[in-house]
Design a protein around this ligand. Structure first.
Ligand SMILES: Nc1ncnc2c1ncn2[C@@H]1O[C@H](COP(=O)(O)OP(=O)(O)O)[C@@H](O)[C@H]1O
Ligand SMILES: [Mg+2]
Length: 350
């Protein structure tokens, strides 16, 4: 079985997959999907399975990764994990909102405008404030703005269509906890400083001027993060810092409601998604609203779930949820993700 890791334009983007393959003694090669000879390289390697690592930093590279992957999957019929659909909804809030809507999945109402005139006409109506504006890409809340009134809304629209682009934070997120610790880690690691600087620079130059996305504001104190990798489930709360939970790094580990796990299992089963972090709001009437779904995601702790002080995961065993203690998230969960990728490969080759 020939495995190819499809790295993106960022240096070291292949590292976690590489480590996972080495840990399992699986042979692999790495191909950079951002290079001109990507297709030639794939033909030479003739892989049975692609391990994807989609771009999520700038719009042009995100589009590049999606397009080239689609050619490999649809024209050359090479399977990939996470799957093409998981990659397409990743870091694309516009496409993701269409996808949620088309599939009748619960989410906060979202509107996308490509014409300034149309957006301004909307702003002239009885808009309910606060209103959430989001850029397509931009992790850790960097592209999310809460608009409080009509003036802010029209200014946002004008800035996007003929100004500086939609408002975005490009530097470090100072809301994040553990600032001192993080700074200290960076000082000890100059390579990471350069990487971070390049990340900020890329984000700064990638301004969005072609459309605006607005979303109904959902009051919340926390977001649920439920992770599914293969048939393992994890859940914890991301707590609000200021107005946003994203990027706050403040977590609460407790026993999740089982109906939350049911919800995410049903959702991911439906699309055969086996590498997902699903972020959800809980509405005032106790229903779940899907905010984000990410097939590759960072991990600020070495674990994803802790119940009564015990690290572990949930699995579905004969129609009931069972908690299994243990460390399942090593190597930022890529070890578990590789197992899931191999299971996926075998399931489609039966
Ligand atoms: N519709 C919404 N209503 C209220 N707050 C929101 C809404 N969407 C996002 N937020 C807040 O903004 C944060 C960042 O938004 P999110 O869509 O998760 O973007 P990202 O994590 O990619 O930056 C969320 O964690 C949440 O706290
Ligand atoms: Mg988020």
């Amino acid at each position: 079985m020939k495995v190819v890791i499809l790295k993106n334009e960022m240096s070291h983007s292949e590292d976690r997959w590489v480590k996972a393959c080495q840990n399992r003694s699986i042979e692999f090669s790495v191909i950079d999907l951002s290079r001109h000879d990507w297709l030639e390289q794939i033909r030479l390697a003739n892989p049975d399975l692609l391990l994807t690592r989609p771009s999520g930093l700038t719009a042009p590279f995100k589009l590049m990764y999606d397009e080239r992957l689609e050619i490999l999957v649809k024209e050359l019929n090479i399977p990939c994990f996470p799957t093409l659909e998981e990659v397409k909804i990743y870091e694309n809030k516009r496409y993701f909102s269409y996808w949620l809507n088309a599939n009748n999945l619960p989410h906060s109402e979202t509107l996308v405008f490509y014409f300034e005139k149309e957006a301004m006409a909307y702003a002239g109506k009885q808009v309910h404030f606060p209103l959430v504006a989001k850029t397509n890409i931009g992790a850790s809340g960097s592209g999310v703005v809460i608009l409080e009134n009509k003036n802010q809304l029209t200014e946002y629209i004008q800035n996007t269509f003929h100004g500086t682009g939609s408002e975005k934070r490009v530097g470090p997120n100072l809301k994040k906890g553990k600032i001192l610790q993080r700074g200290f880690k960076l000082l000890l690691n100059p390579k990471r400083i350069i990487l971070k600087y390049n990340t900020y620079k890329a984000r700064a130059f990638d301004s969005q001027t072609d459309f605006v996305l607005f979303q109904e504001y959902i009051p919340h104190d926390f977001e649920w993060r439920v992770v599914r990798i293969g048939d393992s489930f994890f859940a914890h709360k991301k707590l609000l810092l200021g107005k946003m939970t994203s990027g706050s790094l403040k977590k609460e580990y407790s026993n999740p409601p089982l109906k939350l796990l049911d919800f995410v299992k049903e959702l991911t089963d439906k699309f055969n998604f086996k590498s997902q972090a699903v972020d959800l709001f809980e509405s005032s009437d106790g229903n779940y609203l899907i905010n984000e779904m990410q097939c590759i995601f960072g991990q600020s702790d070495t674990f994803q779930m802790k119940v009564d002080g015990v690290i572990g995961k949930y699995i579905m065993n004969e129609n009931s949820w069972e908690f299994l203690p243990g460390d399942f998230n090593s190597n930022e969960s890529f070890n578990l993700r590789l197992d899931a990728a191999l299971d996926y490969f075998h399931s489609i080759n039966k």
